[in-house]
Design a protein around this ligand. Structure first.
Ligand code: NAD
Length: 324
């Protein structure tokens, strides 16, 4: 019989885990957030305070709704405690297959018999991890998008042995928390969203890695070509988080032996990850936050004629140096 999945545990308190946890609690679920690292749990609590403000400002949430949301959330670094009452575990640990496999294997003996497990992986397949969960028939992918409160979609992907009852409950859960479920009809890395988003971000990063253009001009191009969008691809990388962008490009660079992807991953590691500039979550990535340049008035305006020298210097630095 189909029943509601009311007790939810989120594994990984990072960018997406934090959002899934907050949003599920906002929609009435009891949520436990698990992370290996206490610092990550503290960062997640800080992010939840920011989401409280966003949900009040953008979704019209009342003070009572926010305090009820907070009362439904608990945080722990103890895995056994985290999953002991879970109806559904949503895994949102880094996009590194070995890390995901290790978490599933550790968790398997600790789970109640009825618990369903879903991965929020952006680009990996549920088939890769089904055995490690110890309950393949109760396992599928449920992939959320960043900024879950406005990008309210949830891609649902089965693997060969996922039970129909599992999919029924997981789809129902997605609807209960206000998502538009996107059924994926066969396993494919990247599902729908990342099948086009990852190539867009990789192509964008190649333009930067290879010195062809700058983040601001790439985003300007994108935002003029797609008027009304909230951010361009570089802004989007900041929102996704540089560590996850690195993990995805590094994994697929190795997997496909793609030299450009590996060089893009190396660029992101050197310029961002190694410097602790993880994007929006740390206040700096391609842009500085709050108030990134692409949200400033005038970002898409036709420049004044006094900008000619600067623009020519970007196209042809040698010519400009010779003229001056
Ligand atoms: P993140 O790096 O922000 O967070 C990952 C969290 O997992 C960190 O807090 C880390 O401390 C924790 N962690 C690491 N090892 C762990 C372990 N063994 N057990 C428990 N926690 C552990 O990453 P993210 O961007 O939130 O991505 C997480 C997953 O969600 C990835 O599979 C990613 O592809 C997917 N995803 C990300 C986005 C996005 O926009 N960032 C969107 C959709 C899906």
């Amino acid at each position: 019989m189909t029943h509601s999945l009311n007790n939810v545990t989120v594994l990984g308190a990072g960018v997406l885990g934090g959002q899934i946890a907050w949003h599920s609690a906002f929609k009435g679920k009891q949520v436990v957030v698990f992370d290996l690292f206490e610092e990550a749990l503290e960062r997640c609590k800080m992010a939840h305070r920011q989401y409280a403000a966003i949900y009040q400002a953008d979704l019209g949430a009342s003070v009572d709704m926010i305090s009820e949301t907070q009362s439904r959330l608990t945080y722990t670094s103890k895995l056994g405690e985290a999953v002991s009452a879970a109806d559904l575990v949503i895994e949102a640990v880094p996009e590194i297959p070995e890390t995901k496999t290790a978490v599933y294997e550790q968790m398997a003996p600790l789970l109640p018999a009825h618990t369903l497990v879903a991965t929020n992986s952006s680009t990996l397949l549920p088939a890769q991890f089904a055995t490690a969960t110890g309950r393949p028939e109760k396992y599928c992918a449920l992939h959320f998008a960043n900024m879950i409160w406005s990008m309210n979609l949830a891609e649902v992907m089965a693997h060969a042995s996922t039970a129909e009852a599992t999919l029924r409950e997981v789809v129902r859960f997605a609807i209960e928390i206000g998502m538009v479920p996107i059924p994926i009809q066969k396993e494919q890395n990247g599902y729908v969203l990342n099948t086009w988003l990852v190539p867009l971000l990789s192509a964008t990063q190649s333009l930067i890695t290879n010195g062809v253009s700058t983040p601001e001009y790439i985003d300007r191009t994108y935002l003029i070509a797609n008027r009304g969008c909230a951010s361009g691809p570089c802004g989007l990388m900041d929102i996704i988080g540089m560590k996850t962008c690195y993990d995805v490009m590094n994994y697929w660079g190795n997997e496909k032996q793609d030299a450009q992807l590996l060089s893009n991953a190396a660029y992101i590691k050197k310029h961002f990850v190694d410097k602790g500039k993880l994007g929006l979550q740390t206040g700096e990535g391609y842009y500085s936050y709050p108030n990134p340049a692409y949200q400033q008035p005038g970002f898409l305006d036709v420049p004044g004629l006094d900008a000619v020298d600067e623009l020519v210097a970007l196209v042809c630095p040698k010519a400009l140096a010779a003229a001056s």
